[in-house]
Design a protein around this ligand. Structure first.
Ligand code: F6R
Length: 607
């Protein structure tokens, strides 16, 4: 969602801020702006649209070596230049940019208006500028400290004042901020991608912390002004990883990175001598792992579907009751926490509000929640009681692809570990490792079918409605295929268990509603074939994703996509890729903004 960047140093701030905002584009936004301080003046430029529109609105001769920038994803107030950040106080001396939601802004606004302040925007964020200005007596840090306790809700704030040259103040409560420590220059950003081109040295802020940046230094304190010493972390990501390279879109680049992502998730974690997996970050003793009687997985969107795949696998192979649930639902239904239940919070970004708040609620009730995250240092990664980093590398496209495969891999490793602690034999453990090790090559082979999928996209991109149907461990993959088509091609799609269509969705079937069936060679195959025939009898077009050389399905379906034959339990890895590529090519053909689909944000930090 919204992104923040701040800079203070010897260089001209405006180009650095704009470049930082460009790197934050992937989070999703509808307008952007910067505020730059120079020689006792403060210049604000803000614009609806893309960063290139903002760039055009910023004067080339805008000097000033400290400033703040923001990409806005509208929540309170329409998408207008005025509502874009930064926001200033009535004098125009002070500017703030804000991520999050100020829940008590209406009360604060009414009070400030009663005191004679005229508001210029419809945003919740503008109150912050006025509150800080009210407390400003020459010391910006002191003014921020006095304003913060008045705010209820979530915030990542960055702020500057023209009377305090080269000074940037940041504060965090529920919305991430990271300090980038450069050579005689400092950065503040909502995520590391915005600063990676300048420095790999970062310090993550915690909730309740305030940071003061000057050109050469920074210091962090809590709300009671107690100094907090922090370690500087080194970002492991490389700059090339956040660039598109030769690919047309980040999404297709990331689809192609999946074989490598699966390998990275496995690296150093396979133990062939014991035929098991090693997951040191779980922070659980062998005895604690043995005591686990139930597993609950919480997540949102694609991460939830990865969790659903995990739940099928864990129940089947580790024989531990396992349920995947939407984090947003878990949080508000007063979840029952039983002894010996292990929880997983799955999140690529590690910042998804629904997942984070559900995790906190479960922790409050005494449960151990492990994180499965990609972004190192993210809030879920830090606040969880342990977990597994998936090490996918940065995922920039809004539509998640490689993170799905890596999250699923993490569950496969965890499943093997738990199963081997229970009843799984050494030989079966060896078989499992063998199957897992060939997956990256199998995914590479699926990627080679891209020309076939592109052709199918041409044939089907004009349809308005789609069904995605799978069973067992591929039921979540069907849900994921439907989500991908919806979110990037804007084609209405529903994912169902193939068995469910006769309980309702079959009413939708006619020649205008194609169905994509996932048909691995498993014990449910005959039943799925019957479902396909039911669809065909109603003139529904059939596309099937099948194992290589499956002539029987070729006879029934209008079109087939062949994937390498792997054991059914491992088939989600190969079944999901054609669905990602199909959605991608439909979106390209329809002229969609593939990497930044409308209305969507990469990291959903509000409920
Ligand atoms: C879909 C997608 C979203 C995310 C969801 C959770 O392509 O990207 O559905 O999966 O918003 O995000 P994370 O994994 O960051 O918690």
């Amino acid at each position: 969602m919204c992104g923040i960047i701040g800079y203070t140093g010897p260089r001209k701030a405006a180009p650095i801020l704009i470049e930082g905002l460009k790197r934050l584009e992937y989070r999703g936004y509808d307008s952007a702006g910067i505020g730059v301080g120079c020689d006792g003046a403060l210049t604000i430029c803000k614009k609806v649209g893309k960063i290139k529109d903002l760039r055009e609105a910023v004067p080339d001769d805008l000097d000033g070596c400290y400033g703040i920038g923001h990409t806005r994803w509208a929540t309170h107030g329409g998408v207008t230049d005025v509502n874009a950040h930064p926001h200033t106080d009535t004098t125009g001396n002070l500017a703030i940019a804000h991520n999050g939601i100020i829940e008590n802004y209406l009360i604060l606004k009414a009070r400030l208006e009663a005191e004679g302040i005229t508001f210029r925007t419809e945003t919740d964020s503008e109150v912050i500028a006025h509150l800080i200005a009210q407390h400003y007596e020459g010391d910006l840090e002191a003014a921020v400290r006095k304003a913060l306790p008045l705010l209820k809700g979530t915030y990542g704030i960055v702020c500057l004042h023209k009377g305090n040259p080269q000074l940037i103040i940041g504060a965090r409560s529920g919305s991430p901020l990271v300090v980038g420590v450069g050579e005689d220059e400092m950065f503040l950003a909502s995520d590391v991608t915005a600063v990676l081109a300048h420095t790999k040295q970062v310090v993550y802020l915690e909730d309740g912390e305030v940071v003061v940046l000057t050109e050469k230094d920074f210091h962090i304190t809590d709300l009671n002004e107690r100094k907090i010493s922090k370690t500087i972390d080194e970002i492991s990501w490389e700059l090339e990883e956040i660039e598109k390279g030769d690919f047309k879109h980040y999404m297709v680049k990331e689809i192609y990175e999946q074989p490598e992502a699966i390998e990275r998730a496995c690296r150093g974690r396979l133990d062939p001598t014991q035929a098991t997996a090693r997951l040191g970050g779980l922070n659980l003793s062998p005895a604690q792992l043995l005591d686990v009687e139930r597993i609950r997985i919480i997540a949102a969107g694609t991460s939830y579907y990865a969790g659903l795949v995990g739940s099928y696998l864990i129940e089947q192979l580790a024989r531990i009751p396992c349920q995947a649930e939407l984090a947003s639902e878990v949080r508000y239904r007063n979840p029952i926490v039983e002894r010996n239940t292990l929880h997983f919070a799955v999140s690529q970004s590690g910042e998804t509000a629904d997942t984070l708040y559900a995790m906190r609620e479960l922790q409050r009730k005494g449960s151990c929640v492990l994180g499965i995250c990609n972004v190192v240092g993210s809030t879920i990664a830090r606040e969880s009681n342990g977990g597994v980093y998936i090490h996918s590398g940065p995922e920039i496209a809004v539509a998640s692809t490689k993170a799905f495969s890596s999250q699923v891999t993490a569950f496969y490793l965890f499943c093997l570990l738990m199963a081997r602690k229970r009843h799984m034999s050494y030989e079966t453990g060896e078989w499992f490792l063998q199957e897992l090790t060939v997956i990256p090559e199998a995914v590479k082979a699926v990627l080679k079918t891209e020309p076939v999928i592109k052709k199918l996209a041409k044939k089907y991109a004009g349809y308005k409605d789609f069904l995605f149907l799978g069973r067992g461990i591929n039921y979540p993959v069907a849900l994921e295929g439907a989500l991908k088509l919806k979110e990037i091609a804007y084609i209405h799609a529903e994912g169902y268990s193939a068995a469910e269509i006769k309980h309702g969705p079959i009413a939708l079937i006619n020649e205008e509603t194609p169905s994509m069936f996932l048909v691995p060679d498993d014990r449910l195959r005959e039943k799925v074939i019957s479902n396909m025939k039911e669809v065909k009898a109603r003139r529904g077009k059939l596309i099937a994703v099948v194992g290589e050389g499956d002539d029987e399905i070729r006879e029934i379906a209008d079109d087939v996509i062949e994937v390498p034959r792997v054991h059914t339990l491992f088939s989600p890895f190969v079944m999901v890729v054609p669905l990602q590529l199909f959605a991608y090519h439909c979106a390209v053909l329809l002229g969609r903004d593939v990497d930044q689909p409308r209305n969507l944000a990469k990291s959903v930090t509000v409920e």
